[in-house]
Design a protein around this ligand. Sequence first.
Ligand code: XMP
Length: 510
Amino acid sequence: SVIILDFGSQYTQLIARRVREAGVYSEIHPCTLELDKIRELDPQAIILSGGPASVTDSESPSIDPEIFTWGIPVLGICYGMQLTAKLLGGEIAPARDREYGRSEIEFCGNTALWKDLNAGKKLNVWMSHGDKVLTPPPGFSVVGKTETVEVAAMADENRRIYCLQFHPEVMHTEQGEAILGNFLFHIAGLTAGWSMSSFVDSVIPALREQIGDAQVVCGLSGGIDSTVVAALLHQAIGKRLHCIFVDNGLLRKNEAQEVIGFLREHFDLNLIHVQAQDLFLNRLQGVSDPEEKRKIIGHTFIEVFDKEAKAIPGVSFLAQGTLYPDVIESESFKGPSAVIKSHHNVGGLPEKMNLALVEPLRELFKDEVRKVAQQLGMPDSIVWRHPFPGPGLAIRIIGEITKERLDVLKEADAIVTSELKATNWYYKVWQGFAVLLPLKTVGVMGDERTYESVIALRIVDSVDAMTADWSRIPSEVLARISNRIINEVKGVNRVVLDISSKPPSTIEWE
Ligand code: XMP
């Protein structure tokens, strides 16, 4: 595998994804990982990530230069390059200005990294750096330069150490994939064997080994992550998996039926469908503060789930759909003042239940989970389902939640989904949904004045939900959604479109 040592770059995850996309398994570890631990991982190649620090600062993160003597190919990117230069005896110029964005690199030497690139003498690349290397260490030759950076790429072919001042992992770098490919295949001699079918083949025996003959409980939410967890565990341990689906009444229209229907049809699962709609609604009565709603829903979920799980004899494991970004988030390198945040998909559940965790998706990115789902034969409606918040429709009704408001929102939301699907926009946007506003505005229907609710449409593009922009949906599609909602959903006489980006807005309205 490829080990990526993380110095805190915002692009570290991207490096891991690009390597995996090339078919090679990669893992991210903090740069502070001890030398013998790195050795134990038995890497076939090591990548040193970028990072925000300056190598000229005495406190800046570093590694033991011994790794350069192991004979394992090393690729240093940005900060990883500057650090390599510093540790091996090169000369660094401290930053006067930061350079950020597009730049043009000119090849000025031969290296295995540039092998068979589909490029002339120059490439558009993405740079983001402060310090730069002035003189490469002994043994290195300069293989790329830009107008402002004399040493933009350097290579020591004998020791197989390669350094790039630009970021091959970002989309804006031309031929970035080919450069990484040269490092992985041509230089490190790796072969592309990591795929989602190899993941499934290896995870099933690993689950059997971890679980032994114990019983496992798993919460199903309707989302892709928990559905894939359940499907994998079912393959691994069959009837010793017990799934609990808590219907809190805050799900989208037909959601419970769709998910449960699919699972029942394809897997002979132990599936407990808890009808807890009234309990949740009662507890939410009169509550309009969003954080209060979240807390009530979270606590009630744990209470219901715990009660059901305790009724199953002999359960000792809880299966969760934790993904790799959550794992990296809690382990990543954030400098000396780092506050390590622990992550739980269902806050507080594992502590409360005193169960050991099974997390078969801990190594995967979201797009890889989607591929596993496809591999397992799941339909598009599950594979490409939009993310849905744990507190569900409760945070899409601004203010108090009532049964009537929920019914209105479910109908309006179902129209948004069906029209987006009918025009294929559903698969191009990150999320698209309706929000019910707690205000009434005037309208006319026939000869009568109406005084009814407003629905806001929230449809956004995003890659990770950290930032988002409103999707530019064609006006005909929006017109059809609006017409259908106003005509078909009783209690709504106005539809508005949310055109705010995140930040400073958020995706959800509460
Ligand atoms: P925001 O509104 O913060 O949403 O821009 C970012 C992403 O997170 C989802 N979201 C939640 N998911 N519990 C969840 O499980 C929550 O309380 C919650 N709030 C927001 C939201 O749907 C979007 O994908």
